[in-house]
Design a protein around this ligand. Structure first.
Ligand SMILES: [Zn+2]
Ligand SMILES: [Zn+2]
Length: 262
């Protein structure tokens, strides 16, 4: 299994997950041109995509989905609630947010999250031996999230904002309240709390995502997380909004955080 990101943040998100011939795209907040450009950089193209999974209807996740799916005739999957918000697309394949479903070689577990959307889900992707968790756009941590992310081999996790930077920053009060709220986004400290509640020793990759360009910084995220879970700063990755993140491979016998630091 391998995964990459075309970019992550409030100006657009798209994650790629691949196993053999099955290439999944999670969300697309970019134009067709921008998506094609970013896909080409990672050696894939629209025609390769088996399905697009939509986490929720916010523009930075759904904004480019319908255009891209229509251009390349890609099936789109979403929860029932999210599907009601996807206009101008004849068919959306609906999954039950409480049940795993299969696409190609993947078993995909939707994970309901507290976020201000109709029926937002994040995902855990499983193949025979490996699990990759994607967890962004959630305002709080639930026990269910902890349970499903417990033994992942790789995790892409939101570190949206630094609390002090947001509170003292330039966002209007209403937006600050939304982001800070239980149905908003995870701050650095909440992301760390989640990491402290799961088994991070198995992680081959820990990727920090949806980092605010105004209320956070890559350096701060790397400092905070590496200190909290006692890993090498250079082992962590932060997704850049413009450059994305190149392919990360998961294998059954690669060095994980535990073996790297044994
Ligand atoms: Zn978002
Ligand atoms: Zn959102």
């Amino acid at each position: 299994m391998r995964f990459a990101s075309l970019g992550s943040g409030s100006r657009g998100n798209a994650t790629l997950v691949q196993q053999g011939d099955t290439l999944l795209m999670v969300d697309n907040g970019f134009s067709i041109k921008e998506t094609d450009k970013r896909m080409a950089k990672f050696g894939v193209c629209g025609g390769d995509v088996s399905a697009i999974l939509v986490t929720h209807e916010h523009g930075d996740h759904l904004g480019g989905v319908v255009r891209y799916a229509s251009r390349y005739d890609i099936p789109v999957w979403a929860s029932h609630g999210t599907a009601t918000m996807i206009k101008k697309l004849e068919t959306v394949q609906c999954f039950n947010s409480h049940k795993p479903f299969d696409i190609g070689g993947f078993s995909i577990e939707p994970v309901l999250v507290p976020h201000d959307a109709r029926e937002p889900t994040q995902f855990v992707f499983r193949t025979n031996d490996l699990q990759f968790g994607v967890m962004t756009d959630t305002g709080s941590i639930t026990q269910h999230m902890v349970d499903v992310l417990m033994d992942c081999d790789a995790l892409l996790l939101e570190c949206n904002y630094d609390r002090d930077m947001l509170i003292n920053g330039a966002y209007p009060e209403s937006l600050k309240r939304r982001v800070l709220g239980d149905w908003g986004h995870l701050d650095n400290q909440q992301a760390i709390e989640l990491l402290q509640r799961i088994n991070t020793d198995k992680l081959q990759h820990l990727v920090l995502a949806h980092v605010s360009e105004k209320n956070n910084s890559h350096d701060l995220v790397l400092d905070r997380v590496s200190m909290a879970i006692q890993c090498d700063r250079a082992w962590l990755k932060v997704i850049d909004q413009d450059d994305g993140l190149a392919w990360c491979e998961l294998t059954t016998n690669i060095k994980s955080k535990e073996t790297l630091h044994a």
